[in-house]
Write a protein that binds this ligand. Sequence first.
Ligand SMILES: NC(=O)c1ccc[n+]([C@@H]2O[C@H](COP(=O)([O-])OP(=O)(O)OC[C@H]3O[C@@H](n4cnc5c(N)ncnc54)[C@H](O)[C@@H]3O)[C@@H](O)[C@H]2O)c1
Length: 251
Amino acid sequence: MRQLEGKTAIVTGGSRGLGRAIAVRLAQGGAQIAIFDLKREWAQKTADLIENAGGKAIALGCDVSDGEAMTLAFEQTTECLGGLDILVNNAMWNRYEPIADITSETVQRMTGVGFSAVVWGIQEAAPIMQERGGGAIINIASVSAQLGLNNGLVYCGIKAGVTGLTRAAAVELGPHSIRVNAVSPSTVATEGVQKMLTAEKIADREGRTPLKRLGQPEDIANAVAFLGSDDAAFITGQVLTVDGGLANAFL
Ligand SMILES: NC(=O)c1ccc[n+]([C@@H]2O[C@H](COP(=O)([O-])OP(=O)(O)OC[C@H]3O[C@@H](n4cnc5c(N)ncnc54)[C@H](O)[C@@H]3O)[C@@H](O)[C@H]2O)c1
């Protein structure tokens, strides 16, 4: 469990859902954590959870789609925590809607948080990690990068883009011992998903999943902790699907 002792990690969008579970799991692994979210007070709740359990965490208010805000937040993190070993690009803003209803504002906001922010995060993290002799970047994609999702035109496109940039970043940053991987979850039982999906829809997804359940936030967090650890020292440019077998089930 303590395979991340001595490491420092940033988790974007870490105030709820998967981001919170990832931040808590990395802290349980021994890492100190910086949580970035739109509002500092939201991120602080996760930092408090970690600190109350004996870990070290700081909370930063940062719109991750804004490159200048990211520069500042990375500077504050390295100043407060002394470096950076792991970056988890997790934040997302979603809207699922029919193709005809998609507006330019929606495309801009979704791509800003889901794609541009991943680019800014990698751009900020790479020189810091390079100076430290290496690091690990984990981007949160989705099985919807591989599978079509009704009303998910923009979302599926962004997540497919994230898997592509993961491979390109792995190639470019490998010589600096910076590993870049993605984790691709299927539906995870977060508060948001439970509010958005009816009980009937949840039962249907569970039924179509070979392991007969939705993912739990901890399932995803464990995969991220593995990829962030030295146990994954020779793994880069991979997309680890964590979906209970869903993407392989034809019927
Ligand atoms: N929950 C699932 O079923 C599921 C499945 C596959 C992939 N994913 C992916 O996992 C990640 C987390 O999903 P989730 O369900 O926990 O999402 P969520 O909506 O519950 O949380 C997203 C977090 O990102 C933050 N955020 C949004 N815009 C931001 C911005 N501009 N700057 C900083 N922070 C911002 C939100 O405040 C929130 O804390 C996302 O990348 C999502 O696409 C989720």
